[in-house]
Design a binder for this molecule. Structure first.
Ligand SMILES: [Zn+2]
Length: 222
């Protein structure tokens, strides 16, 4: 009876790993599932409008599950684990010794209403705690609500995102010397990074780097 009761209480009160559902470690992501996410090599994948682009993992298996949980299923607590993973990757890069201002890719007002948070802002906040970097979310807004990108090819994606972002010009004053870190979840065709870097350049900020949690397998092959 006692065993049954304690199991029942565990079921109700213990934190459960989002990936394997185990309550053993009483955490939202157990160490086994965390360790199953493999870091990519520590070099940039490509350069978009002068910005080197880094990704910490490939978008598949557990990391895919975690991003989806955080993005679509209100699993806000998973942000901590993504930030930790990104930090462990980031630390191994020479550029991590520089100071950066993190700019999470903004979501539209409509998405904000649905989700109540920008998932990459949550990850950025945790990442900032680890790195000591600042965050600036007052530079760029998303003015166009875009179709889900995954259904589109490269040309369609670029078209879909055209004019999706706008600068809050007055906030760009005196920032031309800052190192900006554009912070996003998934790199696929690079259209988001391309659009955002254009806006930075237009407003006189040219020291840009992009860092995404993941990239699609396509980015590694081509
Ligand atoms: Zn697990």
């Amino acid at each position: 009876m006692f065993k049954f009761l304690s199991q029942l209480l565990d079921l109700i009160y213990k934190k459960r790993c989002y990936c394997c559902k185990s309550t053993k470690e009483n955490s939202y992501l157990c160490s086994k599932c965390y360790k199953s996410i493999k870091q990519l090599p520590h070099n940039s994948l490509e350069v978009i409008n002068g910005a080197k682009v880094y990704s910490a993992a490939v978008y598949k298996n557990n990391v895919q599950k975690i991003i989806r949980g955080l993005k679509y299923h209100k699993q806000r607590e998973l942000a901590v684990y993504l930030a930790k993973f990104m930090y462990e990757y980031w630390q191994k890069l020479e550029i991590s010794k520089q100071q950066f201002v993190i700019v999470p890719v903004p979501i539209s007002k409509k998405r904000m209403k649905e989700r109540h948070y920008n998932h990459m802002s949550l990850v950025a906040k945790e990442f900032a705690k680890l790195t000591g970097y600042e965050i600036n979310e007052n530079l760029i807004i998303r003015v166009k609500d875009t179709k889900p990108q995954y259904k589109l090819n490269k040309t369609e994606r670029a078209k879909n995102l055209k004019g999706a972002f706008e600068a809050l010009k007055e906030n760009f004053e005196n920032l031309s010397e800052e190192n900006f870190l554009i912070f996003d979840d998934i790199l696929t065709t690079g259209s988001t990074v391309a659009e955002i870097t254009k806006i930075f350049h237009k407003n006189g900020a040219d020291k840009l780097t992009a860092f995404t949690t993941c990239c699609s397998e396509y980015n590694l092959n081509g």
